[in-house]
Design a binder for this molecule. Structure first.
Ligand code: ADP
Ligand code: MG
Length: 693
């Protein structure tokens, strides 16, 4: 239950003065929430200084001027194109107020001839005449002191004025209760940070643009609060998993030995270490939930297989879930071959497998004939019943949210879960998005991997690129040609990809295929299959080829409009041509008029093949949502904190959260109670309630 003290902040915005039903809707959209607390996070981003005031005659063009004038005349326009003009002035000169949109009657009422009015707006000298178009304020002179000030500017939408936002923000601030401090007093003093309330008050009352610094004590204080709430929640979830009784899985190693004897290679040190981490999770009595990160080609599949074999040795079943049909099939090829070697049975289940065949697989799963099941998310529908599932691998689905992971963990009989991803995820993002999981990294590639050479070129050189493509396919290689389709809704991107396909068809004829995100899954699979078998040699693709597909003959990749991709994404794409026996070659084509920084960014691709390095760079340059490719899909970003500035705060908050929960895992102490307010303020309450440590 939400602490009572917070109730005033969790009333509807509709209870504030001046908010009717229509406004409530607009404001809820704007503030991304309909409670008063959401207005607190809706911060101004600029200021208008209305302190500038001088005799009119001296007023400078372009400045915001505020002062008292007397109205002397109304000049009605002779044609519709002309503005309605009101003449006013002070002792030193006249000013013309222009109104392009107006109601004559209300202007006459608002600015009656002979009256004194307080006016504020932008001065413009025009033909030796002082003018002001649509003043920001027309008020009674008695308001002089309130208006002649520095005023915050809020993000707005049609129908909500800045004046209204200012009034609402003030009302919201006045509802903040006096809450006990949740940060450690000594820490607070050391940092010289203000209280939560003071900090918010400051951010809503900026005096100059300097006050928007991401490093001001007030901003830091609130960013820390937000990050601490995030880290506490994830740590609570993690502790919860650790306490959740699972099963101890401990095989005798005979299957693993058989497999490693016939692999033809030895696991790298990093693979061994990560496998040990997983095996330790499996052995423990508690439910394991681990993120395994490893660059493209580092050999995650064999690690997954060994861990699954451990479960099978112990008499249980295991499952591996791939994001697409084609990846599931690819895993099936690899894994069933390994299964044959060690003498166990693997099965494939996707939505495409229907009728008798499906019934048969489901039956074998239920009676335990199938030891390892491979499939897409269709694996975990209700009709799929395992005899005894003890271990799940989720491959290449880092977009899986905390909630989805939690649901998965309820499947079967408390299975251990490993989530594998080739996306190089920077540490900060691991902490904020995956902090509920344990974490291992395969930070080493098998020996003898050929590097990929990368070139950066303008699109105008496309002819020499197609010549290179020609040479390559004559030599028996296959080629990826990637066009961006960043957002599903971008029709022009799709059109551009199709156009490129048609242009290449004119040169290469039936050797070219096209695959894009708007195609049906089955159509995509068919084209990919043709590319795998070599029926087509050039594959024009939008980013759908991003994850996991293996085509060993593909050694050249052309990426168009490379500047629109994130570095981490480019790195992953490039990984597709790193699987073969030959060194790969990657051409990044950019559009004309590329900025210097954008060009520099592409050049880092030339200089580094280290996914983690590139991801960190990307994070600094573009922010976290870009790396996971989730900016559009509604993955939360922080409200106050910005990891480009507050990375260190996050690391501290992480340690702080661990320490707090070590001492007081259910937040019962005095500070714990105060911290509960923090969790509820940042609406981490749901997680808290579900997991309640
Ligand atoms: P990813 O981590 O990208 O999923 P895969 O598991 O598909 O990579 O492995 C890529 C290739 O490397 C496979 O052909 C696999 O058999 C091979 N491989 C994996 N581990 C090793 C190793 N230790 N030594 C040599 N080759 C390996
Ligand atoms: Mg893989």
């Amino acid at each position: 239950m939400r602490p009572e003290i917070l109730n005033p902040l969790f009333c509807s915005i509709g209870t504030l003065k001046g908010v009717g039903a229509r406004y409530l809707k607009l404001l809820s959209n704007l503030a991304e929430g309909d409670k008063i607390v959401h207005l607190l996070w809706h911060l101004p981003y600029n200021v208008v200084d209305r302190t500038y005031s001088c005799p009119l005659r001296n007023a400078q063009s372009g400045k915001i001027w505020t002062g008292i004038v007397r109205i002397s005349a109304h000049l009605e326009p002779k044609s519709k194109k002309q503005p309605y003009r009101v003449v006013c002035g002070d002792a030193t000169g006249d000013m013309i107020l222009n109104f392009f949109k107006y109601y004559k009657d209300s202007l006459k009422k608002q600015l009656p001839i002979g009256a004194e009015k307080l006016i504020s707006g932008k001065i413009q000298w025009f033909n030796g005449q002082i003018q002001m178009s649509h003043p920001d304020y027309v008020a009674d002179p008695s308001f002089e002191n309130t208006i002649k000030a520095v005023e915050p500017i809020y993000p707005l939408c049609a129908g909500v004025s800045n004046k209204m936002m200012i009034s609402l923000a003030r009302q919201a601030l006045s509802k903040i209760p006096d809450m006990p401090e949740w940060l450690d007093e000594r820490f607070l003093q050391e940092k010289n940070w203000p209280s939560f309330k003071e900090a918010l008050y400051f951010l809503h009352h900026p005096q100059s643009t300097a006050d928007f610094s991401m490093m001001s004590p007030q901003r830091l204080r609130l960013a820390y609060d937000e990050l601490l709430a995030n880290q506490l929640t994830l740590s609570i979830a993690r502790l919860h998993h650790k306490k959740e009784a699972g099963r101890s899985i401990e095989g005798n190693g005979h299957l693993r030995k058989k497999l490693s004897d016939s692999l033809g290679f030895e696991l790298t040190g990093a693979q061994k270490k990560v496998l040990e981490d997983i095996i330790k999770d499996q052995k423990s009595k508690y439910q394991g939930l681990r993120l395994v990160q490893g660059d493209v080609g580092c050999g995650k599949t064999v690690v997954a297989m060994m861990a699954m074999l451990n479960a099978v040795e112990a008499g249980f079943q295991a499952a591996i879930m791939a994001p697409t049909e084609i990846l599931a099939k690819q895993h099936m090829e690899t894994i069933s071959a390994w299964a044959d070697i060690v003498g166990i049975k693997a099965g494939l289940l996707t939505s495409k497998i229907k009728g008798k065949k499906r019934a048969e697989i489901l039956e074998k799963l239920k009676n335990g004939e199938i030891d390892i099941l491979i499939g897409t998310h269709a694996l975990f529908t209700d009709e799929v019943i395992f005899k005894d599932l003890a271990f799940i691998v989720v491959d290449e689905q880092h977009r899986f949210g905390v909630e989805q992971r939690r649901k998965l963990s309820l499947k079967g009989n408390k299975p251990d879960i490993v989530v594998m991803t080739a996306t190089p995820i920077p540490r900060t993002i691991v902490l904020t998005r995956f902090g509920d999981m344990d974490y291992s990294k395969i930070d080493e590639l098998p020996k003898g991997r050929k590097p990929v050479e990368t070139a950066v070129m303008p699109l105008s050189k496309i002819d020499s690129v197609t010549e290179a493509v020609m040479r390559k396919i004559k030599g028996g290689a296959r080629v990826y040609w990637v066009c961006p389709l960043i957002e599903e809704s971008e029709k022009s991107d799709l059109a551009a990809a199709i156009k490129r396909f048609e242009d290449l068809q004119k040169i290469f004829g039936a050797d070219v295929g096209l695959v894009h995100g708007k195609m049906k899954e089955s159509e995509k699979d068919a084209v990919m299959e043709k590319f795998k078998t070599g029926e087509i040699k050039i594959l024009v693709a939008t980013t759908v080829i991003e994850v996991g597909v293996n085509v060993k003959e593909a050694t050249l990749m052309v990426i168009e409009q490379a500047e629109r991709f994130g570095l981490a994404q480019l790195h992953q794409l490039r990984g597709r041509i790193k699987r073969g026996f030959e060194a790969g070659f990657c051409v990044l084509l950019y559009a004309q008029n590329l900025s210097e920084t954008a060009y520099e960014r592409l050049k880092t691709m030339k200089e580094s093949e280290d996914g983690f390095f590139l991801a960190e760079k990307d994070l600094d340059l573009r922010g976290g949502g870009e790396i996971l490719g989730t900016k559009q899909s509604g993955f939360e970003e922080f409200k106050i904190a910005d990891l480009a500035f507050h990375k260190n705060l996050l690391l501290t908050a992480h340690k702080d959260a661990e320490m707090i929960l070590n001492l007081d895992s259910s937040l019962q102490s005095q500070r714990g109670q105060a911290l509960k307010n923090l969790l509820y303020l940042f609406e981490q309450d749901e997680a808290f309630l579900t997991y309640k440590a």
